[in-house]
Design a protein around this ligand. Structure first.
Ligand code: SF4
Length: 354
């Protein structure tokens, strides 16, 4: 069994935040060793001529040895992806050499997530002090020629914070200051995918009339960021309409590709990078099954989520898990993933309580 490329991401240290929207799920942090990373690389190496090894799939650069890890993952990998534009505000607030290091790697833009004012942002990030760290990081980024890009997740519960964000962007003069360092300021908002921790917001999920509550300046910035003409292209369609579309869709799907990305959690359970690392998508434990069996499980669609997608027509998944009385907005692909997760949980409940 050979793949054109395999990317394997090991959750060595986890994340300092406990974001209420986290699609990756809030799970305990690990404290793995460099040897664990090399073991994971060694396990997958026989199955591809193009291996990329990554030392995290949650917070960037959270481990104190982040610079060493940057070199180590390069040594273990055939392909090298540039540093993501996701960065760690936690690290920036504690290590003044971090942002200059990012700049030295050629990072030109960095994405930060804000939910409103200090109280709102700290609440949604799940950590007191997060908002202040974001503001301090913005200043550091600009000092080192990196343009901040702000993202906001919106729910009915924080729509009233959007005017604060609009005013903050103006107060910090981000448009002009990004231009001054040769960059471009960007902002976008969206509801995120309804999975992982974010699914807890289903009850306050945005509906079409909420679009009128978004300040026009933030709508214009969001449309520009996505290259979209209409907020419906960004936020999707109401659930009742998606249910109608899906009711006629008899397709099944496989997510298997020749260049998969895998998430490996701190306990060495392996998941395809398609949905929240959770039992629904688990391919098995690397330590007990080995990479060959894990990869076979992937190719044979054996994780519960893959199996459902591959064998149950979407129409039937929608009939069991969709809500035709809801006007919540979803992008079609995100909604299908939400349905599969919900369907798997419903099936599990039925197994336990026949
Ligand atoms: S969204 Fe990112 S920063 Fe927040 S808990 Fe998840 S991995 Fe950590």
């Amino acid at each position: 069994m050979k793949f054109q490329k395999i990317t394997v991401c090991l959750d060595m240290y986890g994340c300092p935040n406990r974001c209420r929207h986290c699609w990756l799920g809030v799970t305990p942090n690990g404290n793995l060793k460099v040897g664990d990373l090399t073991d994971v690389a060694r396990a997958f190496r026989p199955f591809t001529g193009n291996l990329e090894v990554v030392d995290r799939y949650r917070e960037e650069d959270f481990g104190d040895n982040y610079r060493d890890l940057w070199q180590i993952r390069a040594a273990l990998s055939d392909t090298r992806t540039p540093h993501f534009e996701n960065i760690s505000c936690w690290r920036a607030a504690r290590d003044l050499s971090y942002v200059p290091w990012l700049a030295s790697l050629g990072v030109k833009a960095a994405q930060l997530t804000i939910f409103g004012d200090e109280a709102a942002t700290d609440y949604y990030v799940g950590r007191r002090g997060a908002f202040k760290e974001i503001l301090r990081t913005i200043e550091q980024l600009l000092r080192h020629g990196i343009s901040p890009r702000l993202q906001t997740f919106i729910y009915k519960s924080n729509l009233d914070q959007l005017t604060y964000i609009r005013d903050l962007i103006a107060e910090l003069d981000l448009e002009l200051r990004c231009s001054a360092v040769g960059g471009q300021f960007a902002f976008f908002l969206h509801q995120g995918t309804c999975d992982g921790e974010n699914e807890q917001f289903y009850d306050v999920w945005i509906t079409p009339e909420d679009i009128d509550r978004i300040p026009p300046e933030l709508i214009a910035r969001t449309l520009k960021h996505f290259g979209a003409d209409d907020m419906r292209d960004v936020l999707g369609e109401p659930e009742d309409r998606l249910c109608e579309q899906i009711a006629a869709d008899t397709a099944t799907k496989s997510i298997v590709t020749d260049s998969p990305v895998f998430h490996v959690d701190k306990d060495f359970n392996v998941y395809p990078n398609y949905e929240t690392p959770s039992p629904i998508w688990c391919l098995g434990n690397l330590k007990t099954l080995g990479a060959e069996r894990i990869l076979a499980n992937y190719v044979e669609n054996r994780s519960p989520g893959q199996s459902v997608m591959n064998t149950v027509p979407l129409r039937d998944i929608g009939a069991a898990a969709g809500n035709p009385d809801s006007r919540r907005l979803f992008l079609r692909d995100d909604y299908e993933r939400y349905l599969v997760n919900k369907y798997c949980r419903l099936m599990r409940q039925q197994e336990l309580n026949p």
